[in-house]
Design a protein around this ligand. Structure first.
Ligand code: NAD
Length: 484
């Protein structure tokens, strides 16, 4: 029998080569896109919107497969915010792109100045696992609105969603415009070796530092959306039933794995028990309406993986050994990565559960005797991503806001400042650098280029040009008197 040549399986180029190839293609395309007018940018947003609306069911399924996140919760907390962001960007794009005239100071009479938002160029978006769809697509909307190309690195901890995105994006965009690289830190490192024009990273402060170091090699600009311990201050005037319902929703949505989730609660001592009672009531209402127990709730996601599950159990056990009391929850089903929504009292600020970001369904409640004591606990820690105040009293609310610092704040609710179309979102200090969402996101991905046009043949103050002489000082004296 004649021998048949068996084709060699295609050899996968090492990841660094693949990255370099796509980067070169995107760089060439970014130069073309620089001059792209409004209709072209709008068309790319419409293309992204088509992807989202066509594949919504697959997105919900993939996130469910990753950590049993209820499809309704993915629809509410991931797909809907991205749809709203897209609609907002499409409606505002023309205004955002428009060069913005600036006033002309007297010393510049005769000139015209404006700020022209232009695309940064080739951008990198690295996202975490906890809102795997939303935290990849929100910055992508901003990147495309601003006229950039984008290389995406979704989290390896949500493999179903990552694989889906890696399959869908090439159906809607050429790799020279948007490309997806699946994988873990090694793939992220290969990407970070390239001289991106902007890097948008969402994840932990520890990896944020690595990203910033890598960006420094190329002086790439960065947006860092990081995490931290977001406190809830329950003021003496707080309406407790309302407060508890909002805390429970904000804490246990996504099973406590939200960057802006309430991390710990500060409450006056005499309000602790009434608040705990209300929290339990709200927990039962949301996650145990038919008395089958929290574990049976179809509305509770699971912990992302065994490593995080062990970390959470360890935090809980350590706190209990040091005197903390579980007043609700605490039950576990390790094979399901299930930890019941858990309320902890008798905690102290030095316990690990009050030191590191919890990022799971454990809520410690601390009491404070005086405002100063509460402020010391908040301000002893790095600046949080969010801080929540519950109060009926405007003066008290102002006090808590003025004496603390945080990336953002919602008063009398939790989380919702995140998705407000007109509010910029971001961290402060340890919880992040830069602002995202809406116009702020567009500007993060844009170079706000000042342009000044002089009239030909005109010089504003000829006497300030060389050769210098006494006339120079005479003019300066006149300028000091009238302008400076
Ligand atoms: P992470 O920092 O472990 O991972 C984030 C991304 O970085 C992933 O894509 C991962 O593959 C990549 N990565 C991991 N190690 C890397 C390395 N050495 N070099 C380069 N890249 C690397 O974060 P996570 O566990 O996925 O997410 C949880 C954290 O993200 C929490 O701290 C949370 O508060 C924060 N977060 C912040 C926001 C925000 O908007 N500010 C939103 C969601 C999550």
């Amino acid at each position: 029998m004649p021998s048949v040549a068996v084709p060699e399986p295609p050899v996968q180029a090492p990841i660094a080569n693949q990255v370099a190839e796509v980067f070169a293609a995107q760089r060439a395309r970014a130069l073309e896109l620089r001059a792209a007018a409004y209709p072209e940018r709008k068309a790319r947003l419409a293309q992204l919107a088509r992807l989202v609306s066509t594949h919504e069911a697959e997105i919900l399924q993939a996130v469910y497969d990753d950590f049993r996140k209820p499809p309704a919760e993915t629809a509410v907390t991931e797909v809907m915010p991205v749809r709203l962001t897209l609609r907002h960007a499409q409606a505002r794009l023309r205004a955002w792109m428009r060069p913005r005239r600036v006033p002309t100071p007297l010393t510049y009479v005769g000139t015209r100045g404006w700020v022209r938002p232009e695309p940064k160029g080739v951008t990198l978006i690295i996202s975490p696992w906890n809102y795997p769809f939303m935290l990849l697509f929100e910055p992508l909307v901003s990147a495309l609105a601003a006229g950039n190309t984008a290389m995406l690195k979704p989290s390896e901890l949500t493999p179903h969603l990552s694989a889906l995105v890696a399959r869908l994006i090439p159906q809607y965009f050429p790799a020279a415009e948007v490309a997806v690289f699946e994988g873990g830190p090694e793939v992220a490192q290969a990407l970070l070796a390239q001289p991106f024009d902007h890097i948008f990273f969402t994840g932990s402060p520890a990896v944020g530092k690595i990203v910033m170091q890598a960006a420094a090699q190329h002086l790439s600009s960065v947006t860092l959306e990081l995490g931290g311990k977001s406190p809830v201050v329950v003021d003496r005037s707080a309406p407790l039933a309302h407060t508890a319902r909002k805390i429970v929703w904000g804490k246990f949505v996504n099973n406590g794995q939200s960057c802006v989730a309430p991390d710990y609660v500060l409450v006056p001592p005499d309000l602790l028990q009434p608040l705990v009672d209300e929290l339990q009531k709200a927990l039962n209402e949301y996650y145990n309406p038919d008395g089958q127990g929290f574990a049976a709730s179809p509305s509770l996601a699971r912990v992302i993986n065994a490593r995080h599950y062990q970390r959470l159990l360890h935090l809980l056990q350590q706190a209990q050994q040091q005197g903390a009391r579980v007043v609700c929850g605490g039950q576990t089903q390790p094979e399901e990565l299930y930890l019941a929504p858990t309320l902890l009292t008798h905690v102290r600020p030095d316990m690990a559960v009050l030191q590191e970001e919890i990022f799971g369904p454990i809520l410690p409640l601390l009491t404070y005797q005086s405002r100063e004591e509460a402020l010391a606990i908040i301000n002893d820690r790095p600046k949080p991503l969010s801080l929540y105040v519950f109060s009926r009293d405007q003066a008290a609310t102002d006090y808590w806001v003025q004496h603390t610092s945080a990336g953002g704040t919602t008063v009398n609710d939790t989380l919702i400042h995140f998705a407000h179309e007109h509010l910029p979102f971001g961290g402060a200090g340890h919880s992040g650098l830069g602002r995202a969402h809406g116009q702020a996101g567009f500007e993060a991905f844009s170079n706000l280029r000042p342009v000044l046009r002089q009239r030909v043949g005109y010089t504003n103050f000829q006497a300030l040009y060389p050769p210098y002489g006494p006339h120079t000082f005479r003019l300066l004296g006149w300028m000091k008197k009238w302008f400076a």
